[in-house]
Design a protein around this ligand. Structure first.
Ligand code: AKB
Length: 316
């Protein structure tokens, strides 16, 4: 039996596309998708799917034994905006699920882990432009605190027990397959849907709020690349900075107007503005570029083109 891969949180924004990419690469037989809720038709019909609560140690261990899993992608998490509403629930999900997987690896029940971190690990005191790999990190959100803490535990488990855990600090991710759920960067996806549906978008972030963003294909490429890299190439065992493009709502607006000239945006910032204000505007990802050859492909206009092209049919 060839080694198998488990994706926990396979129905989320990243999990969905990661499952598709890994099935394509390794074959559906070797990839087990799991989530606490039932996935879309394709996720269910095109390969193994298991209902799984990532905080239930026995259930996670059972799937790992049953399918002889060697690699786990732990994508289940509560994102920044929603976690502010449910702080304890978010902390429980984000930390307990990570401990389970780190401990299963420490006990040599799995060999390799991918765990996502985020630009949310940074805070108001972090240099906002070209944020370095190593810098001040004083996150102010529950989500950011959980990701920063998770990074410390990942490094600790690597140093102390040799656990092969690899991680990326994702920026805001833009995709058309699955909508994001509960993040501060979600406007970056919603704006395309609204442009096509209503020709207008009321943005919950203010004009001038520049944030690091990335097209999903780039994020998936980075995820697979860091997992493919030889063990000795991974020199950062907390989490790698990763950059694509940086832009503000008015930049996406202008990019959309090249295709939909009448499209308009208005601004009605809510509590998510305060979160965005503590996050970097741009990221220095030279460590990822030097250590495992990371390179992004999509700029803003390319992202707009692919988003509008793929979303247009559902609004016709
Ligand atoms: C969020 O906005 O919470 C996420 C993230 C940047 O991690 N998209």
């Amino acid at each position: 039996m060839r080694s198998r891969i488990l994706i926990i949180g396979a129905c989320g924004q990243i999990g969905t596309e990661l499952t598709i990419a890994l099935r394509k690469r390794f074959g559906a037989e070797r990839v087990i998708a799991s989530d606490i809720r039932q996935g879309s038709g394709d996720l269910l019909s095109e390969g193994h799917f298991e209902l799984l609560d990532a905080t239930d140690y026995a259930a996670v261990e059972d799937i790992i034994f049953r399918y002889k899993i060697e690699t786990v992608y732990l994508m289940a998490a509560m994102l920044s905006a929603i976690a502010e509403r449910f702080p304890e629930k978010a902390w429980h999900l984000n930390m307990t699920s990570l401990f389970h997987i780190l401990n299963l690896s420490k006990e040599q029940k799995i060999k390799k882990i991918f765990w996502p971190s985020s630009i949310a690990v940074f805070g108001e005191t972090t240099p906002a432009i070209n944020t370095p790999q190593l810098t001040v990190m004083e996150p102010s959100t529950v989500y950011g605190i959980s990701k920063q803490t998770g990074e410390r535990w990942c490094e600790y488990y690597f140093n102390k027990y040799g656990v092969d855990v690899r991680s990326i600090r994702y920026p805001g991710l833009i995709s058309y397959t699955t909508e994001p759920g509960g993040g501060t960067t979600d406007y970056g996806v919603a704006i395309y849907h609204r442009a096509l549906k209503h020709g207008h978008y009321r943005c919950f972030l203010n004009e001038g709020t520049v944030l690091p963003m990335m097209y999903m294909d780039d994020a998936i490429k980075a995820t697979i690349q860091i997992m493919d890299a030889p063990k000795k190439a991974i020199k950062v065992r907390s989490s790698y900075n990763l950059a694509g493009v940086s832009y503000a709502p008015e930049d996406v607006t202008q990019s959309i107007q090249k295709h939909i000239p009448d499209f308009e945006i208005s601004y009605e910032p809510d509590f998510r503005q305060a979160i965005a204000d503590t996050w970097p505007a741009s990221i220095d990802d030279s460590a990822a570029r030097n250590d495992w050859g990371w390179e992004h492909s999509y700029d803003l206009d390319q992202i707009t083109e692919v988003m509008l092209k793929n979303l247009t049919p559902q609004y016709k």
